[in-house]
Design a binder for this molecule. Structure first.
Ligand SMILES: [Zn+2]
Length: 145
């Protein structure tokens, strides 16, 4: 396993992504949704890895929701950086990492694959996130409650 540390610009939110996959082996995604196009996101996830998200001041972490409202898009309120997204349900939490927030962002420099999930049903979207995103935990544990 290798650890990839990252965070927002002001330091309020940090994250650690652990994965056994090499950066070059990831399919970096450029999601085509209306939020991600505006941020030009470049995201990765590993269902066999882990993601830990820490917020020093949880009140300064925005959990933006739109569309089907199944997912929290995490944006630091203080510095405006988009860190990634988290889907949660009774079974757990799964996250997606926006690679530009990682210190090792340059290792994920492969061309991004465009994705478009706009036509997906809500059930299909929930199932996809649980099977393809990264199991996530939080500090404080109640961060997204
Ligand atoms: Zn910040």
């Amino acid at each position: 396993m290798r650890e990839f540390d990252g965070g927002c610009h002001c330091g309020n939110v940090t994250l650690r992504f652990e994965t056994a996959k090499a950066p070059a082996d990831f399919s970096v995604r450029a999601c085509g949704c209306s939020f991600c196009r505006r941020h030009q996101t470049r995201t990765v996830a590993d269902p066999a890895g882990t993601l830990h998200i820490v917020a020093r001041d949880p009140r300064r972490l925005s959990r933006y929701r739109f569309g089907l409202k199944t997912t929290d898009f995490l944006v630091c309120r203080a510095c405006g950086v988009y860190l990634g997204a988290v889907y949660r349900d009774a079974d757990g939490a799964w996250g997606l990492i926006n690679t530009p927030v990682l210190a090792a962002r340059a290792e994920f420099d492969q061309p991004a694959t465009s994705t478009d999930h706009d036509a997906e049903t809500e059930a299909a979207r929930r199932a996809r996130r649980k099977s393809t995103w990264t199991p996530a935990s939080f500090d404080p544990p109640s961060l997204l409650d």
